[in-house]
Write a protein that binds this ligand. Structure first.
Ligand code: GLU
Ligand code: ZN
Length: 492
């Protein structure tokens, strides 16, 4: 089995691309096949080197490794279509000499005019075969006008039927598949030609891709046949249902976020995106929703892909992301949040020893409580920010740091200041504060610790307080308590 992922990355890869990549990859890996990564960049005005690097980087980040493709090459390379243009034009020439293609001189305006006439007559618009059988004189006349012809494929009469691996038997009547352009007037080969030539030359056996490409299948099959591929050697196709946005329309920039790079930047784990995209249209079969890429490969089969379109749900992805975050080993979790802390300047690159200490101490305090890695910066910020830049959120100060809190903060400061250097541990901190605030001042824990939390973390919600104070250390803790005391707001 040889499967492929063949994007035309004119920007970041989007969720639909990655879902095709994931399903192809899992299908290939499940069957011990070869995964080919090919870039369809015949239109270099849209696909840049930067997009290609980003696509490779995204695939790697997702854990979808390729056996042949950009950066590593392989026996059927090059794997960038822009480096294979003469292969396509040679085939186009061959098709012309075989009679499977012809030069078409119609101008865009003429085509448009005739399509309008077709529509007006209630017929489906499409190429009408005008140039299928031009005489030598007609060709000379067009050439004399300076027209540059496109190469158009001569779609045979009849129909194309194939058994789609997801949708079952599909038939296209060729009356609805007009002759199509293979090579533009400027000599640029187009997608339908390049994709079919490459799938043949790269010996692709199974094509798994989005349903939006279903309608191009009869054209591709016709090109394979023109290349001499016998009917029983055509690749198999599996077309995945489209992914819908929250409004029931196709998921796009208009109704959601589709860029995989965005999800990565926003603190989603590759494991979560994979798990979620796998669930979107496929199931492990036993109602299990939480699985790894390896488990998916183990169980994957296209026959259990649902042919109905599925609706993308960001909340569900986020919930899965939270589960995947909680499932990370502690050291791995610490490693994953580090770049997010560096990005906002809370941690040096590389981290200092003190950064490392706070991260490894702080990580277990927050790992259970977050759905995105980006939240780490908010949750651990008070531990990492230098004293000069620490501040209490204005809203928190107004609610929790008023003159009413003065006795609490004074008692807390005194109790903590009395702890010796060596006694600054979570249990001693907790015991000292409970004694001073709950036992001696007779406060309910909520009222006792709220002002301390506000003064020291700057927030009303924070990681567990006593552990946080231990990590922060006595000097900054006391400095923040004293600063809070000095700046208490009038009673609320
Ligand atoms: N390059 C095409 C695209 O990104 C997909 C080609 C295919 O999978 O057949 O839309
Ligand atoms: Zn024409």
């Amino acid at each position: 089995m040889r499967v492929r992922f063949a994007p035309s990355p004119s920007g970041d890869l989007h969720l639909g691309n990655i879902r095709s990549a994931l399903y192809s990859w899992a299908y290939g890996r499940h069957h011990g096949g070869t995964f080919v990564f090919r870039i369809e960049d015949t239109d270099r005005s849209r696909v840049t080197d930067e997009h290609i690097h980003a696509a490779a980087d995204t695939l790697r980040w997702m854990g979808l490794d390729w056996d042949e493709g950009p950066e590593i090459g392989g026996p059927y390379g090059p794997y960038l279509q822009s480096q294979r243009l003469d292969v396509y034009t040679e085939w186009a020439q061959r098709f012309i000499s075989q009679g499977d293609a012809y030069h078409c001189y119609c101008s865009p305006d003429e085509l448009e005019e005739r399509r309008d006439a077709q529509r007006a007559a209630g017929r489906p618009p499409g190429y009408d075969g005008h140039c299928r059988a031009l005489t030598g004189d007609e060709v000379s006349a067009y050439e004399a006008e300076g027209r540059r012809p496109v190469v158009r494929f001569r779609m045979p009469d009849g129909s194309t039927t194939f058994t789609d691996l997801v949708r079952g038997e599909v038939t296209f009547d060729h009356r609805h598949v007009p002759d199509f352009v293979l090579v533009r007037g400027d000599g640029m080969p187009l997608y339908t030609l390049a994709v079919a030539v490459d799938d043949t030359l790269m010996k692709i056996t199974h094509i798994v891709r989005g349903e939006d490409l279903l309608s191009s299948t009869p054209r591709q099959v016709a090109v394979y046949r023109a290349m001499g591929v016998p009917p029983d050697e055509l690749p198999e196709f599996g077309h995945l249902p489209i992914v819908l946005g929250p409004d029931g329309q196709r998921l796009s920039k208009r109704n959601g976020v589709v860029s995989v790079a965005w999800y990565r930047h926003e603190g989603f784990l590759a494991e979560a995106i994979i798990n979620y995209l796998a669930l979107l249209g496929w199931s492990l079969g036993d109602d299990r929703e939480d699985f790894s890429l390896a488990e998916m490969v183990e169980a994957f089969d296209l026959s259990r892909v649902n042919s109905n379109s599925a609706r993308f749900d960001l909340r569900k992805l986020e919930a899965i992301n939270g589960d995947k975050i909680r499932a990370l080993p502690a050291s791995e979790f610490a490693a994953r949040i580090t770049p997010f802390l560096q990005r906002v300047g809370l941690v040096a690159d590389p981290p200092t020893e003190d950064d490392e200490r706070v991260i490894s101490g702080g990580a277990p305090l927050i790992q259970e409580r977050m759905n995105r890695l980006t939240e780490a910066a908010d949750m651990l910020g008070f531990l990492l920010v230098d004293q000069a830049h620490f501040s209490v959120e204005p809203e928190t100060a107004a609610r929790s740091l008023t003159v009413d809190s003065q006795p609490v903060l004074e008692a807390a400061t005194a109790a903590l200041a009395a702890l010796g250097e060596g006694a600054w541990t979570t249990p001693t901190i907790e015991a000292a504060l409970r004694r001073a605030l709950v036992d001696e001042l007779g406060l309910k824990p909520k009222h006792a610790f709220g002002p301390v939390r506000a003064a020291v973390t700057g927030r009303r919600i924070s990681p567990p307080l006593f552990e946080s104070l231990e990590l922060l250390g006595p000097v900054p803790t006391l400095a923040r308590l004293r600063a809070a005391l000095a700046g208490l707001a009038p009673a609320a």
